[in-house]
Design a protein around this ligand. Structure first.
Ligand code: LLP
Length: 421
């Protein structure tokens, strides 16, 4: 459920008509709902109630400071994958002991920053990384808390570009090697193993792969404990999917996911960490856009929008579906027409949808891309020197710009000319 609903014939974000935001901020722009973000975080928090747990928001999904501050105020920890994300979490007031550092290629500089600023744990992805972290920790005279991300070789049945838990993926250490790797960690004075990490992919729509992965993690917990390792924490990943297409059946709910965690891992006595991004932010955001032209092509009509692939890359990159709806509510039974919905960027890949049935639209009409809150703004670029689009946060009947649109001057002034020119 989200808080983008038609009211009095106009799509609203909570109590704010989206036409008002479009008029004030301009299009294209992203709009997030505080109520939906809050609701989705709480769904996970409540799903794990009764178990010692921490929901670490995967900020790669949407990392605006205002969103992070909101998450932090709800008690969220953060899952970060770069020095930049770590700095964002700290800037948003997240305490270091609630920040989990994930990612396959953490540099020594990133490790140093996190060890100095405070970190809950590093999720190690390889042995060279483990050796580097040990050296960095020793040089700083500290002990780094770590888990090893194990690759359980489970097929998450999701898009190939976002599956992470098969042996051919770049992530983690094969689970069969884990006992040996934990043995090595025990010898390293700069590291202290505190748990196990697993992540099998994103936009998962079936609980079965989780069951397989969690069962393997449970077995490994026992093996490692028998070897004398202190396994007190399990970081469970694999992001639950969201319904992108309202016509489709919905993926499992956080409460069902929580029940599975409890069933498989509840008796390990471990603290449970999860790192959801998409389910928290995805349906909590939309992208607003305006029709520039309706162009009649041969055998097809194009809706040319002011939003483009640089603003929302998911359709071009993953053939992802986003529902696109007009801001003005169509009358029941209103005439529909198929459109190819495209942006103005000079690539054929700048196509959001083909032959999509839409109410008949004309120039200057406004549309909203639903489910654009996760992996929308964060993956945007300034390709074609199109400025990064603004982000807006709604709270009840208020809204605020939480990132403004840069001017052309600001964009140009980021470049510097070499001395010889
Ligand atoms: N933790 C780790 C280690 C991850 O790799 C990911 C996502 C997450 C947490 C968050 O997963 P989520 O709850 O959002 O599913 N750009 C793609 C999605 C890439 C996800 C990569 N990893 C998209 O637009 O679909």
């Amino acid at each position: 459920m989200d808080h983008f609903l038609y009211r009095d014939g106009m799509l609203h974000a909570e109590d704010v008509p989206l036409s008002e935001i479009a008029a004030e901020v301009g299009t294209p722009c992203y709009v997030y709902s505080t109520a939906t973000l809050t609701r989705h975080f709480r769904l996970f928090d409540e799903a794990l109630s009764g178990m010692d747990h921490l929901v670490c928001y995967a900020m790669k999904a949407a990392s605006n400071q205002a969103i992070l501050k909101l998450m932090a105020s709800l008690g969220a920890g953060m899952d970060v994958v770069s020095g930049g994300e770590y700095a964002r979490a700290i800037a948003a007031g997240v305490p270091g002991d609630k920040i989990v550092f994930s990612g396959v290629g953490k540099t020594r500089e990133e490790m140093t920053a996190a060890l100095k600023g405070g970190v809950r744990q590093f999720n190690l992805e390889s042995e060279p990384e483990m050796e580097a972290l040990n050296e960095v920790a020793l040089s700083l005279g500290v002990v780094a808390p770590v888990t090893v991300r194990v690759n359980p070789d489970v097929d998450a049945k999701t898009h190939a570009k976002i599956a992470t838990g098969k042996s051919e993926n770049k992530f983690g250490i094969p689970i069969s090697r884990a006992p040996e790797v934990y043995g090595r960690i025990a010898q390293m004075k700069g590291l202290k193993a505190v748990g196990i990490d697993v992540h099998i992919g994103s936009q998962l729509t079936d609980l079965e792969p989780y069951r397989q992965a969690f069962t393997k993690v449970k077995e490994l917990t026992q093996v490692l404990r028998d070897q004398g390792h202190d396994i007190i924490r399990l970081d469970l990943g694999g992001g639950l999917g969201i319904p992108y297409d309202r016509g489709n059946s919905a993926p499992p709910l956080p409460v069902e996911y929580g029940a599975l965690v409890r069933e498989v891992l509840g008796d390990t006595g471990c603290e449970i960490e999860i790192e959801p991004g998409r389910l928290i932010a995805g349906n909590a955001g939309i992208m607003l856009s305006k029709v520039i032209y309706v162009k009649e092509g041969e055998g097809r009509n194009f809706l040319i929008l002011d939003g483009a692939m640089n603003d929302l890359i998911r359709p071009a990159m993953y053939e992802a579906h986003h529902d696109i709806v007009p801001l003005v509510e169509p009358a029941p039974g209103a005439e529909q027409s198929p459109y190819d919905i495209v942006g103005p960027v000079c690539e054929t890949g700048d196509t959001f949808a083909k032959g999509r049935n839409m109410p008949v639209l004309k120039a200057d009409d406004l549309v909203a891309f639903r489910s654009a809150g996760a992996y929308g703004a964060v993956m945007a670029s300034e390709y074609n020197t199109r400025p990064l689009i603004p982000e807006v946060l709604v709270h009840g009947d208020q809204f605020a710009v939480i990132r403004s649109r840069p001017s052309y001057e600001e964009i140009i002034n980021r470049d510097t000319l070499p001395g010889w020119m």
